[in-house]
Design a protein around this ligand. Structure first.
Ligand code: KIV
Length: 277
């Protein structure tokens, strides 16, 4: 529809944009985020009131059954992102740039354009700190909204030797704060911070003007995100410490999603048991 954006501006619940997310940070209104991989769950999560939905490369683990996110391809993300886009009404859609899909500025731009044009994403997410400045600058120069994922970077699992808490040493924590500042200066619109002590989450939040979304980054960041299947208790075996199963006590999937959004908005989640110190 022509001028859909203008029409939607008058709606009671207009679609979330980068400006909405920035104002939420400014007014300390917690941003509730979840991953989704298909249209049905996207609709459920959107109706529960999630502000942002990520088509994460976690799909390699929770959908495809791999041990890591490394095998995920750009085509995989496009396929799932396109389905999720059809289910969303209000939430802001972010799609992950998979492993090795952003090794040069030209390659990153080509793939980000595909995620937006073919996958319907409104923003792309890539993993990396100061090493990705050139890539973020190039995308930002072409008006591609970017979420920079720092802290634990699952695509680097083989280099890290496992999924481990990051930023426990002072030098590492200081570097993370500097990376977040540098990424913001390069044009990143959101910082996603994974698996760090709560103190580091707070420092990164205070260091940048863009929203900081945490997963295992403590209660003081601007928003929270969880992998949908972890949050719904679908994931088998050992789950990370920061995961809470919101289906416990819920009567339906819709209730479980709504309980998560409510817990984030009311700051009931994450509690001390979900945090690293
Ligand atoms: O791929 C993903 O789902 C993610 C989350 C862990 C935030 O990056």
């Amino acid at each position: 529809m022509v001028y859909k954006q203008l029409e939607q501006r008058g709606m009671a619940q207009p679609p979330v944009t980068v400006s909405t997310l920035r104002s939420m940070k400014a007014s300390r209104d917690p941003i509730a985020c979840l991953t989704a991989y298909d249209a049905s769950f996207a609709l459920l999560v959107d109706e529960a009131g999630a502000d942002l939905v990520l088509v994460g490369d976690s799909l390699g683990m929770v959908i495809q059954g791999h041990d890591t996110t490394v095998p995920v391809t750009v085509s995989d993300i496009i396929y799932h992102s396109r389905s999720v886009a059809r289910g969303l009404r209000r939430a802001f859609l972010v799609a992950d740039m998979p492993f090795m899909s952003y090794t040069t500025p030209v390659q990153a731009l080509d793939n980000a354009v595909r995620l937006m044009q073919e996958g319907g994403a409104m923003m792309v997410k890539l993993e990396g700190g100061a090493g990705q400045i050139r890539i973020v600058e190039h995308l930002a120069r072409h008006d591609i909204p970017v979420c920079a994922h720092i802290g634990l970077k699952p695509q680097s699992v083989h280099k890290l030797g496992g999924f481990r808490v990051q930023g426990r040493e002072e030098g590492q924590a200081r570097q993370m704060v500097e990376d977040a500042r540098a990424l913001e200066a390069a044009g990143a619109d959101i910082v996603l911070l994974e698996c760090v002590p709560s103190e580091v989450g707070r420092s990164v939040r205070d260091a940048v003007g863009v929203p900081v979304i945490g997963i295992g980054a403590g209660p003081d960041v601007d928003g929270q995100i969880l992998v949908l299947y972890d949050m719904l208790g679908v994931t088998q075996g050992r789950v990370p410490r920061f995961v809470q199963n919101f289906m416990a006590g819920a009567e339906s999937l819709a209730d479980g999603c709504a309980a998560y959004v409510h817990a984030v908005k009311s700051r009931a989640y994450p509690s001390a048991q979900h945090c690293f110190s």
